[in-house]
Design a protein around this ligand. Structure first.
Ligand code: SAM
Length: 252
């Protein structure tokens, strides 16, 4: 039986996810300990130093134990392809959670430095343990903070991690859906992107980032060139979702 066949859309961990939506925006976790359980599961079951096995083990946990809000295996293929297209030396993710998305980026770009900004310290701790187990801790870094915290996190990326004009090749936006556009614009203001940089945004249909989608539509062929990928919400095949892949064309 395929892993996908194991997913029962109405299983308890999915309902718990719905009631945990409030927690997610405040604490970055569902509130029932599933993220810590996922780390323990990975450390116990995945081969150390084997990125493929760590990712597959996280997917297995999500299908068979508790649903995690990673980008997941189906949409992860879109993320992988966009990363390969950008061929980044420097990549940034917004929203780390358990470290799954950053690990996919690191696998698709084997020499890239990957930074992930996360508001919840507890998620940073979990993700670092997973990255260490996968053997990528030397080039995948979690920065605790937010892009909208008055410049503190953006300044830290610049002064401590070498973000500079035209150096940022790839961005994966997957944090607070209401902040997608504002945070992208804050990054744009720093001048870190260059023509050809790729920005991927998850969950544009569900839970939805309508302002971001409308902006990309308005800017089509001007500042950005966007492909809308029709796909499904993570770890199931019933609920549709959209992943946007946008190439930065520059201010022209
Ligand atoms: C959907 S999860 C990210 C999943 C991850 N990208 C992956 O694919 O494995 C969203 C994460 O964004 C974090 N988050 C929410 N608002 C944020 C913000 N303003 N800045 C940074 N992180 C934020 C949450 O704590 C949570 O860990």
């Amino acid at each position: 039986m395929s892993l996908k066949a194991h997913i029962a859309p109405l299983r308890w961990s999915v309902w718990r996810l719905a009631t945990g939506a409030r927690n997610i925006t405040k604490t970055g976790q569902i509130g029932d300990g599933r993220e810590a359980a996922a780390v323990a599961y990975v450390l116990e079951n995945a081969r150390a130093g084997d990125i493929d096995d760590v990712l597959a083990t996280i997917d297995k946990f999500s299908y068979e134990k508790s649903l995690l809000i990673n980008i997941g295996d189906e949409k992860g293929l879109l993320l992988d392809a966009a990363v390969r297209r950008a061929d980044p030396a420097l990549a940034l993710e917004l929203g780390t959670y358990c470290g799954y998305g950053a690990l996919r980026i690191a696998r698709a770009a084997p020499t890239a430095k990957v930074y992930s900004v996360e508001l919840a310290e507890a998620n940073a701790v979990n993700a670092r343990r997973i990255w260490a187990h996968a053997g990528v801790a030397d080039r995948v870094t979690c920065v605790v903070g937010t892009i909208g915290d008055g410049g503190r996190t953006l300044d830290a990326l610049a002064t401590e991690h070498g973000f500079d004009t035209g150096t940022l090749d790839f961005v994966f936006i997957d944090h607070d859906k209401k902040l997608y556009l504002a945070d992208l614009q804050r990054i744009l203001k720093r001048g870190w992107l260059h023509p050809g940089s790729i920005v991927v945004a998850d969950n544009v249909k569900l839970p939805g980032a309508p302002t971001y989608r409308a902006y990309m539509r308005r800017q089509q062929g001007a500042l950005w060139n966007t492909i809308e990928h029709k796909t499904h919400l993570e770890y199931q095949t019933l609920a549709p979702d959209l992943v946007l892949e946008s190439e930065y064309l520059g201010p022209g």
